[in-house]
Design a protein around this ligand. Structure first.
Ligand SMILES: *Cc1c(COP(=O)(O)O)cnc(C)c1O
Length: 393
């Protein structure tokens, strides 16, 4: 049994590339080249250099003393919140922009929901001087004005998606349509471990730097490369994929994936994909997704825009199905309170997505000598208004 991808692009029964024929040449070009390109010494050198000097890696592994004391266990935070642009997403966009350059692409497209991936993509396009078009649902454009302004300031064109619910999945459909129409000069930078093979694997490999660093950082601090638990929130699943990656095959390391239960799993307002999802195909990949009995995709809800996706990447569908990772859903209220607690106990205001992972501390009983690593996927600056409204600050 392997928990990683097979040669054919599957995690167990999930994954693959279920795409319209007109998209085949684009995806096939990427599939045939991505591993070769990533293995080139010059690629690795440039990727590592940019992660170090531009993103600010390695991100610290911080022993959270007061939080550990409160929950009577040993808690480390992997500080992805300290990366340039404030989250883990930049690890992937740096990797993909270098990939696009090696493939000779001059034009970059991306989809974005809350705007975090759009900002990370616009950032690397500015860095490399490439044209950048970001598709974003009309509703999201109105809700996420500061990120729209950031993208524009970075030189990107933000194109509203006007169809359907005018949110993330519609923006993704528009991006795919653009890619079909511009197959030769354009690379599509997908923002999570979702989409047709090879995207889930390529994005996981770019994010794997997170657990690669965790190994040597734990060796320094604990005298061993493995923790007892790794905990991460899951939207599409990229920060969790990065935090789990080098521990996937070592079952001594317990993995906990945290999904957004929104107002409660059974309220009809949630994004608890594994708990509620059924097998289906979304954006080119076979996975678990929230859908009605006749296969219509259900509109997800979470207070956190980054977890508000109706599907989950195929790696996570497999980790769920096999039981390799434990999946726990956390409500808006639990997450918000965990975010406030981390702020007060450690002086760190987390992104609301990451706050979901911290809420696990009240749900699970860890042992005193357990080493628990929580992936702090992003910082909370972008969520300040949400925190203000929620706590009447
Ligand atoms: C986008 C985002 C997420 C969710 O995406 P994943 O692909 O599941 O990691 C989580 N945390 C932050 C801070 C984000 O910006």
């Amino acid at each position: 049994m392997t928990y990683n991808i097979t040669d054919k692009g599957y995690y167990g029964e999930f994954g693959g590339a279920y795409i319209p024929e007109m998209l085949y040449p684009n995806v096939e070009e990427l599939r045939q080249n991505y591993l070769k390109i990533m293995a080139e010494p010059s690629f690795k050198e440039e990727f590592d250099q940019l992660l170090k000097d531009y993103v600010g890696r390695p991100s610290p592994l911080y022993l959270a003393k007061r939080l550990s004391e409160k929950y009577n266990t040993k808690i480390y935070l992997k500080r992805e919140d300290l990366n340039h642009t404030g989250a883990h997403k930049i690890n992937n966009t740096i990797g993909q922009i270098l990939m696009a350059q090696r493939l000779g692409k001059k034009r970059i497209i991306a989809e974005t929901g809350a705007g975090q991936h759009g900002v990370a993509t616009a950032t690397v396009c500015a860095l490399m001087g490439l044209e950048c078009i970001v598709y974003m649902g009309e509703i999201d454009i109105a809700r996420q004005a500061p990120n729209v302004a950031r993208m524009k300031m970075l030189g990107a064109t933000v194109v509203p998606a006007l169809s359907g619910s005018r949110t993330l999945k519609d923006a993704t459909n528009e991006a795919i349509r653009d890619w079909i129409n511009n197959p030769v000069n354009t690379h599509y930078i997908i923002g999570s471990v979702v989409g047709p093979h090879p995207y889930p694997d390529m994005v996981a490999r770019f994010q794997a730097v997170v657990s690669e660093e965790m190994q040597w950082q734990l060796q320094e601090k604990e005298g061993k490369t493995t923790p007892d638990y790794v905990i991460a929130c899951v939207g599409g699943g990229s920060n969790a994929a990065g935090a789990f990656y080098h521990y996937l095959e070592n079952t001594d390391v317990k993995l906990i994936a945290v999904e957004a239960a929104g107002k409660g799993i059974h309220t009809g307002e949630s994004a608890a994909t594994s708990a509620l999802g059924k097998e289906g195909i979304i954006h080119g990949s076979k996975t678990l997704l929230m859908q009605t009995d006749d296969g219509q995709i259900t509109e997800p809800y979470s207070i956190s825009a980054g977890l508000d996706y109706p599907g989950v990447g195929p790696m996570h569908a497999h980790l769920y199905k096999t039981g390799r990772a434990e999946f726990i859903s956390i409500t808006d209220d639990q997450a918000m309170n965990a975010g406030l607690e981390l702020s007060k106990l450690e002086g760190i205001i987390p992104a609301i997505e990451s706050s979901h992972a911290f809420a696990i501390l009240k749900e699970k009983n860890f042992k005193k000598d357990d080493v628990v690593v929580i992936n702090l996927s992003g910082r909370g600056d972008k969520d300040l208004q949400n925190y203000i409204d929620y706590f009447k600050l």
